[in-house]
Unconditional design. Structure first.
Length: 391
């Protein structure tokens, strides 16, 4: 099936975080949003059909996830797209990726232990660390001409005192796809210092001309590797709920399931979310391929527009994700001044870099039509021109 990602869909009045609650983030509701990382695209047709079929019975009772339909969909997906064999016994369900990551981290640590992350980072990582009474350790990624590089000496120094490393693969917000050699170096150091790795791989499908290596494909090198993911980022159904994790350690898996069932009471699957995952993983490869191609074109548009029209801003296409990480370090204004101009002059909502612990950057979600994207870029230019004119 051919999908039309240029189609404009009015998402207002749907309780959309990005569209209806934009004022919560930017202080006004008359701006064009490029903030939260969901897309403005309709879901794959097989998912629509599965959800329509699910509503026909008009009963939504308690639902089990521990069956072949759910687990085989995931196993087959990883084999097909990532050449990775998944043991169905590793699979557990949870309500969200961050729930899985947070619970796994708590099972692998004790209060006041140190937990490392790369920085810049998705801010919920540090929130989860702090809220579990753990100590965050930021390992700064080095920006080398727009390409972020791992400082392995800093990794080793951090691992000497850390119990867990939270990996984002591919990386949000920089868009890096970690090479096989990079992952192996991280794993060697983790094994040396007995550091457990939890890898958030929700962006794994949106990769441009690179190869994504799931962390669990290296379990033959080191046993303490855990993966959390979901189909919601690619196929655009985060509000339906549901995610999965791969836990190969039987004791950790049993503890995880015990807590979901007897402490947090979230062991019953969301029926619609489960059907969305099964149908998207089994039947929506054409959507996935066309989506990645469209987003790649969007990134080309951002790169050309910013580098030709928004000096001194700089942008280099990422290797993955639909999040454009824009370098504003040469702009002679503070992040506060930039945000004020974006919101009140350009009337465009683009996330400030300090949200991700890196000042003087912007993170722009490009999971939208080209018309909306170009309008957003024009508003970005208007904001920059205003600042330059009034300095």
């Amino acid at each position: 099936m051919k999908y039309n990602f240029d189609q404009l869909v009015n998402r207002k009045n749907t309780y959309s975080t990005q569209w209806d609650y934009i004022a919560d983030r930017f202080g006004r509701d008359d701006i064009l949003p490029f903030s939260i990382s969901d897309t403005d695209f309709i879901i794959p047709k097989p998912v629509t059909n599965a959800l329509k079929e699910a509503t026909k019975m008009e009963i939504f009772g308690y639902t089990r996830w521990n069956h072949d339909d759910f687990k085989n969909a995931i196993c087959n997906y990883f084999k097909k797209h990532f050449n990775t064999l998944i043991n169905p016994d590793w699979i557990v369900y949870s309500p969200s990726v961050m729930y899985s990551l947070s619970l796994l981290m708590s099972l692998l640590t004790n209060p006041n232990d140190y937990v490392a992350t790369f920085s810049p980072m998705y801010p919920d990582f540090e929130d989860a660390i702090i809220n579990h009474h753990l100590q965050p350790v930021r390992i700064k990624l080095n920006n080398n001409g727009g390409y972020y590089i791992i400082d392995f000496k800093a990794v080793e120094d951090a691992f000497k005192k850390c119990k867990v490393f939270l990996l984002c693969s591919p990386h949000n917000p920089t868009g890096r796809v970690w090479d096989k050699d990079e992952l192996l170096k991280i794993i060697v150091l983790a094994k040396k210092y007995d550091v457990k790795i939890i890898s958030d791989e929700i962006h794994m499908d949106i990769v441009y001309h690179k190869t994504h290596y799931p962390i669990v494909s290296f379990l033959d090198q080191y046993s303490q590797l855990y993966l959390v993911s979901s189909g919601s980022k690619t196929y655009n159904y985060p509000s339906l709920g549901g995610s999965y994790a791969f836990i190969s350690d039987p004791e950790i898996k049993n503890n995880f399931l015990t807590i979901t069932k007897h402490r947090d009471f979230v062991n019953s699957a969301n029926y619609m979310g489960m059907m969305a995952l099964i149908s998207s993983y089994n039947e929506a490869n054409d959507y996935r391929q066309q989506l990645v191609a469209y987003l790649n074109e969007n990134m080309d548009i951002v790169e050309e527009y910013i580098n030709n029209n928004c000096s001194p801003l700089k942008f280099i296409k990422p290797e993955a994700t639909y999040l454009a990480w824009i370098d504003c370090r040469q702009l002679p204004f503070t992040s506060k001044q930039l945000q004020h101009a974006l919101v009140n002059v350009g009337k465009v909502g683009i996330m400030p870099g300090n949200t991700y612990f890196e000042d003087s950057y912007l993170r722009m979600c490009v999971g939208c039509s080209k018309d909306k994207l170009l309008e957003g870029l024009k508003r970005l230019k208007i904001s920059i021109d205003y600042l330059n004119y009034n300095k």
